[in-house]
Design a protein around this ligand. Structure first.
Ligand code: DSN
Length: 445
């Protein structure tokens, strides 16, 4: 067969195998991934026409469609406006934009818009090794694409959190236009409330990157960033908020200053950083928002319980789980220092051989350039929780992990038990089984 056709065949086979491998044979503990319900997946399949369409243009200050430069928009406009309003209502704010195609894109538009609004290119951010997302950092989007200058928050390793008193002094001295909170290694609520008045003193906007914890916020199990004083929330829509891959920005227009900020962010969305906004995902984002409204509290509560139970159990069994003095975590994830077992890269690869999938992670005391084999692993529990794991199941899973991490059993031996365990949890909970079930629920509500 000609090489081109061979490649196409290889592609199709790898795609089919991937679906079996990651969906049916592995246990997923990657903290940044989400597990979609059957209804969300069905909605994605139902909207294949939208997936081919274009709808670029401007939005108004309610976040609704104002002007589009293509014809054929009759229902697309309704769809975008409905999803925007569902997200506004779910997160109790008066402005949202769902056109972002990822969390990084949401950060791009927000950072660009706010740096234009403040005419200030400085941002106070959490250091990358202490949990910031790469897009906040001088080595990523903020520095290398937008030319913004990073000044680091002070970070308290014992508390696994930003040090509010020291950060207040840093913010007063630096006078940034943007202060960020939230990120990717995110165990405990950040001190937004404590630093709101300092942001006001220097005229900075607070941007809260909720990508990891958006579903926990929807479920009322993590800090409410707006109640604590954040101006904008940026997020992806596919981690603890279990929708399709995409992004969102949320905010509140309170006065002329916030109105100006929203206008600049909208300008940074279109025309600066989008043409098409990948419309096919939008109805499924709306279904995920509905599921968060209906089931989000129970899902978030059990997710955090499971993460805490894992932290406690792994700690009692000899692992160095961070944040011990504070109960290991208040979110869906825990962080473990595995240097004595060979480091994060080595441990993550051994667990992968056993079909337990998680990621190596730099920890606050690591050199942030050490991406190959940093000290830590990060473990997220949102996927297994949605599959129905409770504390006792988590302990059994932790036992399998401990056997591999401590070298007591070969990963290949443990793999069979992982596959069996995965088979026991084949129903996805805390969501609708079909779009029809969602409709029936809505008609009764
Ligand atoms: N880098 C991802 C994470 O794993 O947290 C988020 O984009």
């Amino acid at each position: 067969m000609d090489e081109f056709f061979n490649l196409a065949l290889e592609l199709i086979e790898a795609s089919e195998r991937h679906e079996r491998y990651r969906d049916l044979e592995c246990i997923n503990l990657i903290a940044s991934e989400g597990l979609k319900s059957p209804a969300v997946k069905e909605m994605l399949r139902l909207t294949m026409d939208l997936e081919s369409r274009y709808a670029e243009g401007e939005n108004d200050l309610n976040g609704h469609v104002k002007k589009r430069y293509y014809q054929g928009q009759r229902y697309i406009t309704v769809i975008e406006n409905c999803v925007t309003d569902l997200m506004k209502k779910l997160f109790k704010c008066n402005w949202a934009d769902v056109r972002l195609v990822s969390g990084t894109h949401a950060n791009l538009a927000t950072f660009k818009g706010l740096s234009l609004a403040t005419k200030n290119n400085k941002m106070v951010v959490t250091p990358l090794s202490c949990g910031a997302h790469i897009s906040h950092d001088y080595t990523g989007l903020a520095g290398m694409v937008l030319g913004l200058v990073n000044i680091d928050h002070a970070y308290d390793i014992e508390e696994m959190n930003i040090d509010p008193d020291k950060s207040a002094s840093i913010i007063r001295a630096a006078k940034p236009g943007i202060i960020t909170f939230g990120g990717s290694l995110f165990l405990f609520p950040h001190p937004v409330k404590e630093l709101r008045s300092v942001a006001d003193e220097v005229g900075a906007y607070i941007v809260y990157d909720a990508a990891h914890v958006l579903g926990l916020i929807a479920g009322g199990m993590f800090q409410d960033p707006f109640a604590d004083g954040a101006d904008f929330i940026t997020s992806s829509t596919h981690k603890t908020f279990p929708g399709p891959q995409g992004g969102v920005i949320l905010g509140n227009i309170k006065d002329e200053r916030t109105e100006e900020a929203v206008k600049k962010i909208q300008y940074a969305i279109f025309p600066l950083s989008t043409s098409n906004t990948h419309l096919g995902r939008l109805p499924a984002v709306g279904i995920a928002a509905l599921e968060m409204r209906v089931f989000g509290g129970d899902l978030a509560r059990q997710t955090v319980k499971n993460a805490k139970a894992a932290g406690q159990y792994l700690y009692e069994n000899g692992l160095k789980v961070l944040g011990e003095s504070k109960g290991f975590t208040e979110s869906h994830q825990i962080a473990v220092d595995v240097r004595e077992f060979g480091g994060g890269g080595v441990v993550a690869e051994k667990l992968e051989e056993a079909n337990i999938i998680l990621n190596r992670n730099i920890l606050p005391y690591d050199d942030q350039r050490n991406r190959e084999n940093p000290s830590g692993i990060r473990i997220g529990f949102q996927d297994v929780t949605r599959r129905g794991f409770r504390e006792e199941d988590i302990k059994y899973l932790c036992d399998l992990m401990l056997q591999v991490i401590k070298g007591k059993r070969k990963p290949s031996e443990v793999r069979e038990e992982v596959i069996e365990l995965r088979k026991e949890f084949s129903e996805i909970r805390y969501g609708f089984k079909s779009v029809k079930e969602a409709i029936e629920y809505l008609k009764r509500a």
